[in-house]
Design a binder for this molecule. Structure first.
Ligand SMILES: *[C@@H]1O[C@H](CO)[C@@H](O)[C@H](O)[C@H]1NC(C)=O
Ligand SMILES: *[C@@H]1O[C@H](CO)[C@@H](O)[C@H](O)[C@H]1NC(C)=O
Length: 483
């Protein structure tokens, strides 16, 4: 067994293992500041390997199909339930990572080639304290992605410099030497793999193979699903998702949305959600390829909950940071579709996700306006695009003030947190509705009492900026606004 250490990612390898490997993390899931730090750190290591070299995958043609299927059967269930907002909580022990989970930068990530499992643990307590704090609060790491300031960048650079000083210490030099020793040139590895009859495929070749499998009329349903499942892993990487466009693969997956098999719809949406995420090129192509209509049709028709979950996830990815898609969404009656969805029996669990999506869109537009004022250099075109997204009036007309207010009755703190922030974001348009809603007033009063008690306990424990204190703060300010 050989251990390769690549910057902050440790990759565990076993020769002859059938499972594919690429670089540890899908970059699109990381906040830009974290990315920046990683990039800066990567550039300062002396044993810089070319980025390309890391993107090989290993497959053993004889064994791969059976083993991969096994892996899928055991893991499909839990892996598919990844949520849009999920953030991984690393500890000092290795823990399995599910696809789509966001990982605080600097965590150790390793890929076990035998099982295909990605595992994560904490590297250094201090370094991640801030990230963890965010995670504990249930905050979304990526919501700030559009709003980092030059101050943030400066402090990121400062942190990087501190890191660089530490890097030069003797211990680290020794560590680097050790890593270098273990880290053999990729050519040498390739030779070994050739001898072992292991084929090295590029990500592009793998994606072409998977798309062909999915697109082939001779593939069984199981094979098609397996192909989509694997594809999802690759398209997290921005470049890969764009490569998928280049050979028509994206359209094949989009067309999978109007297939007859619910499972195909579900997994196609799973792939698309990952491919769209923060990837403007792919988002544009998807709109042109009719993805938005197909997603809305699924949400508006009778489908299993699991399908709707994944489709909602894909819709979020498609709309976020893409005002043109948001306009189209409103034109196509997206708000009505979502309203029917959350009011349908058995679909209530989707309500918080839907409301969170609407919150994202409202705040995104607000940030675009603020950014334009602050920096003077946001492209006016982008702002014009956002100005044509008439979301708030639509929300009021379609009854979202009331729907959102009613969701505050949910029992989970996390759901309430999201609903509270949404109520706040909708204030400009919903204030009168809220004031007239006596049920909302009663709910807020009872939550105020509940969180006063919980916040007091937090204070007793010596926590000054606790979660419940924050929730209490939101409730108090909302009550203030509605007075
Ligand atoms: C998918 O299959 C269709 C029909 O078999 C074919 O025309 C098309 O070129 C295929 N697409 C890709 C990207 O392989
Ligand atoms: C889905 O619709 C597209 C046209 O929008 C069509 O070309 C494609 O064949 C359809 N796919 C399936 C599986 O029905």
């Amino acid at each position: 067994m050989h251990i390769m250490q690549i910057n902050e990612f440790a990759v565990l390898m076993e020769f002859g293992s059938p499972i594919m490997a690429t670089q540890g993390l899908p970059p699109s899931r990381m906040a830009p500041l974290d990315m920046l730090l990683i990039l800066l750190m990567a550039s300062c290591f002396t044993f810089c390997l070319s980025h390309q070299n890391l993107e090989f995958a290993l497959t053993n043609p004889e064994e791969s199909s059976t083993k991969e299927t096994e892996r899928k059967e055991t893991k499909a269930e839990e892996e598919l339930d990844t949520e849009v907002l999920e953030v991984f909580h690393p500890t000092h022990e290795w823990q399995a990572l599910r696809p789509g989970q966001a990982v605080p930068a600097g965590s150790h990530v390793r890929l076990h080639l035998q099982t295909g499992a990605r595992e994560v643990k904490l590297q250094n307590e201090d370094k991640f304290q801030n990230n963890l704090k965010e995670v504990k609060k249930g905050k979304r790491l990526d919501i700030k992605s559009n709003t980092y300031t030059s101050q943030d960048l400066k402090s990121a650079l400062a942190k990087f410099k501190e890191g660089a000083v530490m890097e030069s210490s003797k211990e680290d030099k020794a560590r680097q030497a050790e890593v270098k020793r273990l880290f053999r040139p990729i050519e040498e590895l390739k030779k070994d793999f050739d001898e072992l009859n292991v084929v090295i495929e590029t990500d592009m070749q793998i994606m072409v193979r998977l798309i062909n499998k999915f697109n082939s009329s001779t593939s069984s349903l199981e094979e098609k699903i397996a192909a989509l499942f694997d594809l999802e892993y690759y398209v997290h990487q921005m470049d890969n998702a764009q490569d998928l466009l280049s050979f028509g693969g994206l359209q094949v997956v989009i067309n999978g949305l109007n297939g007859t098999e619910p499972l195909v719809k579900e997994y196609a949406a799973f792939v698309l959600g990952a491919a769209f995420s923060s990837n403007p090129k792919v988002q544009v192509e998807a709109i042109e390829g009719g993805a938005l209509q197909k997603l809305l049709v699924i949400l508006a028709t009778e489908q299993p909950l699991t399908v709707k979950k994944k489709v909602l996830f894909a819709l979020c990815s498609l709309l976020r940071h893409f005002p043109y898609a948001q306009q189209q969404f409103l034109k196509l009656g997206g708000l009505q579709v979502l309203r029917s969805l959350v009011q349908k029996k058995g679909m209530e669990v989707l309500a918080v996700r839907v409301v969170t999506l609407l919150y994202d869109l409202v705040t995104e537009k607000m940030f675009a306006e603020e950014e334009a004022v602050l920096t003077h250099d946001t492209s006016p075109e982008k702002l014009q695009q956002y100005r044509q997204v008439h979301l708030l009036p639509g929300l009021r007309e379609q009854g979202w003030c009331e729907i959102t207010a009613n969701l505050l009755a949910l029992p989970e703190h996390n759901a309430r947190e999201k609903v509270l922030q949404t109520l706040d974001a909708f204030l400009v348009t919903c204030r009168d509705h809220y004031r007239q809603n006596s049920q909302l007033g009663r709910t807020l009063a009872s939550l105020q009492a509940e969180y006063q008690a919980l916040a007091a306990l937090e204070l007793q424990d010596g926590e000054d900026e606790g979660y419940f204190q924050e929730l209490l703060g939101s409730i108090n300010s909302l009550l203030q606004e509605l007075r």
